[in-house]
Design a protein around this ligand. Sequence first.
Ligand code: GDP
Length: 489
Amino acid sequence: FHAREKGSNNPKEKLLGGLLASEFDEESCLSRYHHQSSLHKPSPYKPSKHLISKLRSYEKLHKRCGPGTESYKRATEKLGQDVYYNHVSNSGDECRYVLWMLPLSKLGLGNRILSMVSVFLYALLTDRIMLVADQRSDTSDLFCEPFPGTSWLLPLDSPLMDQLDSFNKEYSRSYGTMLKNHAINSTRIPSQLYLYLFHDYGDHDKMFFCEDNQMIIGKAPWLVVKSNQYFVPSLWLIPGFQTKLIRLFPQKDTVFHHLGRYLFHPTNQVWGMVTRSYTAYLSRADERLGIQVRVFEEEGASPPIKHVMDQIVACTQREKLLPEVDTRGSQVTTTEKPSKLKAVLVTSLTSGYSETLKSMYWEHPTSTGEVVVVHQPSQEANQQSDKKLHNRKTLAEMYLLSLTDKVVISASSTFGYVAQGIGGLKPWILYKPVNHTVPDPPCGRAISMEPCFHVPPVYGCKGKTGTNTGNIVPFVKHCEDRILGIKLV
Ligand code: GDP
């Protein structure tokens, strides 16, 4: 076995440099302590002291305010009464909550993970605890509990559960709608506020990202967030948060890397899928390359689509990620140990791309003498985000990609963002094809491993309009794969 697989006994490494709490039982969630030490290389990115102490104090707060506690009961009673808050009544011991909700309709796992990290960071910044409202119990099927001695799941008997179904864009209790209707101001604040931060949100919803509005939102003890976005970059543009964020993340492009690895620990079922695939197909290789193929356009075109396949080959060869093949047959492959064994992990809804690569490296020798082995764990054909087994496969594949040494991802795919972020990998991005042709260049290296916020507000705080959010501070730039999107660098 490869040296990396033996596991680490170094306690600090096991806890990801102090990122993870130590009091969990290991067996019930093998990925928590084994994820980093047994399969991953140690991360070169270390969490800051401030982040570590913030997480430990967050864990205490969550234990005190979480489901089943007296504080939770008191806070829940207020919900029914619909009290209006006209002052910050937080005497210090009152608990405040922010709920991330899983919509019943289709929401991809990548989008889901990115928005959960965003809500968790918001909870850290505002001293709230984050709870997950999930009527489908899919969250507990995929992920272990992240906080020790408590739960992150909103109890199913919470009065808020019944209201989640009616929470859509125009919901009368959503902050944006209330602003639009002048139904909220700093002296009239409901006990529960709904924040709609979905990709199709409106101008009033976007006021969430303004400092003055945060003062108002901050007073409501319960917030319910419906989001499918990685809105972290825009939190860095709110002056009051920026100071705190710089202390927590002196390396600004590590937010998702640290918080993703802190929050998400696949359950034993999912982790079994990850380790079996890794051991069977990746562990013995000298080098591992991940290729994530996500084709958004050309619905109906039958895969493998030629220009997408050509783009994958052009990218991996131009960037020297995979060797060229010798079609003239001047090379012979001997039975002696190859100079290098390269394993390629392909993830895609269809099998054609990996089959083409596999044939290419079987039918011809490589010009370098390396041997290339290609593996694709699943081919699910369609997105089926309401099915548990489908989501388990998706999560297992995201983690497998994160375990590779280098990764190529498809433009604008949140599935790929999760893999690169968890893995601490600056990916190569396959640019979006234009007019069914291979773009030139076919791919390029990302400026950072952070995910992209696809739909940031074009700044409108204090009546300003049309501000370019990619030009305000040097560490928030436009994304490589989305002109209007922004990301941390
Ligand atoms: P995005 O749409 O690419 O931004 O990523 P999401 O993860 O939000 O949504 C896509 C969903 O389609 C995933 O969550 C999966 O359910 C499914 N899917 C897409 N590509 C793959 C793949 O390569 N493997 C598997 N198992 N599922 C995939």
